[in-house]
Design a binder for this molecule. Structure first.
Ligand code: KG4
Ligand code: ZN
Length: 351
């Protein structure tokens, strides 16, 4: 069973071909970073245009890498949401066209499900498992019960963890994307010189909040007169990273306890999404998992950030269960994994 996966929901144009024996036959990723960098963030119109310009060629490259023809594909999967609608439309239309032209099933994949299921490709992790999904757009704790069945335990009331890294890096003049820049700058920095808050720490429900952290960081920068030395930058980056890591670990520990009560067989904590590429995040989550008697599984860094392999693999898992979609499936800018989770919690939780 060979599935072609297309990912165009954000700023990576990515294509991969994967089979049900967990082999990756092709994996190509084109980052648009250089195109967005001058603007300090992703410009949706530029992203959509760039996907349109490059996607066909990348699909050709992936087919050549796998050494197969379209007739040998068993399904075509494309990210259909959530994400930037312009990019989603490019991927979904292209996927549907290939499916229609070659008489193969089309599979509309939820980008978050792609992140969620990656560990089943890399490590054959069994259901159920607790997932900390931490990326530029999402920060959630979910129990992955089955393909297509997710129970959200916690989410962010404002920014995602990746956003906190990105906005922090912008404040410190470290460029975009912020996560890797903060991680590099923080190496050897003093985490205690600049006090930063730990929003939500100790709360009974495993929700997150990061916007106050960004404001506090802005105050620390202002207190220095806005004139940062390399030394200041290193210590501020270290303080920000330490605060984010503390929040992620504390909220995850609470979610583990909650999940345990409902899923007695729970044995695995999984971290996925771009922020899971961070070494400090990994180290702390490993300790959190160990303290609770769980094992931590994190995909390799290149499969944590956006890629085509995760979409192709989600396509395989869906195809195996007969979960295919019609050519009338419409791309969705918003598409929660757990539709039963409340849209707003307390002060207004983002779904
Ligand atoms: O999963 P992803 O590639 O795209 C989304 O679906 O959002 O995640 C991108 C996010 C960005 O916010 C980026 O700053 C963050 O992941 N990120 C990191 C690291 N690498 C990427 N954050 C912290 N440390 C990293 N090493
Ligand atoms: Zn992502």
């Amino acid at each position: 069973m060979l599935v072609l996966g297309i990912e165009t929901s954000c700023d990576e144009t990515a294509v991969a071909i994967v089979d049900e024996r967990r082999r990756i036959h092709a994996d190509v990723v084109l980052s648009q970073l250089a195109e967005h960098r001058p603007y300090g963030g992703i410009v949706p119109e530029i992203a959509a245009r760039s996907h349109l310009v490059h996607l066909d060629r990348l699909i050709g490259q992936a087919m050549a890498q796998a050494g197969i023809g379209y007739a040998e594909l068993d399904g075509i999967a494309a990210t259909a949401g959530p994400g930037l609608i312009g990019g989603l439309l490019v991927g979904v239309m292209t996927g549907k066209a290939i499916a229609a032209a070659h008489g193969r099933p089309f599979i509309a994949v939820n980008h978050l499900e792609g992140h969620a299921l990656t560990v089943r490709l890399t490590d054959a992790v069994a259901f159920p498992y607790l997932l900390l999904l931490v990326s530029g757009g999402h920060c959630q704790l979910l129990v992955v019960e089955e393909v297509g069945r997710y129970r959200r335990l916690g989410t962010t009331v404002d920014d995602a963890a990746g956003e906190a890294f990105d906005k922090g890096a912008k404040l410190l003049g470290l460029g975009y994307p912020g996560g890797p820049a903060i991680e590099r700058a923080a190496a050897g920095g003093d985490t205690c010189r600049f006090p930063l808050p730990r929003p939500m720490l100790g709360r009974a429900e495993p929700h997150f909040s990061f916007s106050g952290l960004k404001t506090a960081l802005r105050h620390r920068v202002a207190e220095l007169g806005g004139n940062l030395s390399e030394h200041d930058r290193r210590d501020l980056a270290a303080a920000l990273q330490a605060a984010i890591v503390d929040c992620l670990a504390d909220r995850t520990a609470v979610a583990i306890e909650l999940a345990r009560g409902r899923y007695p067989g729970l044995a695995t904590l999984v971290a996925a999404g771009g922020v899971a590429a961070n070494q400090q995040v990994r180290r702390r989550l490993a300790a959190t998992a160990e303290a609770a008697g769980l094992r931590l599984v994190v995909p390799p860094a290149r499969l944590c950030t956006d890629n085509g392999t995760m979409i192709a693999w989600a396509g395989v898992e869906r195809l195996q269960r007969g979960l295919t979609d019609g050519l009338d499936f419409a791309a969705r800018p918003r598409w929660p994994l757990d539709p039963t989770a409340p849209k707003a919690i307390g002060a207004g939780v983002k779904a």
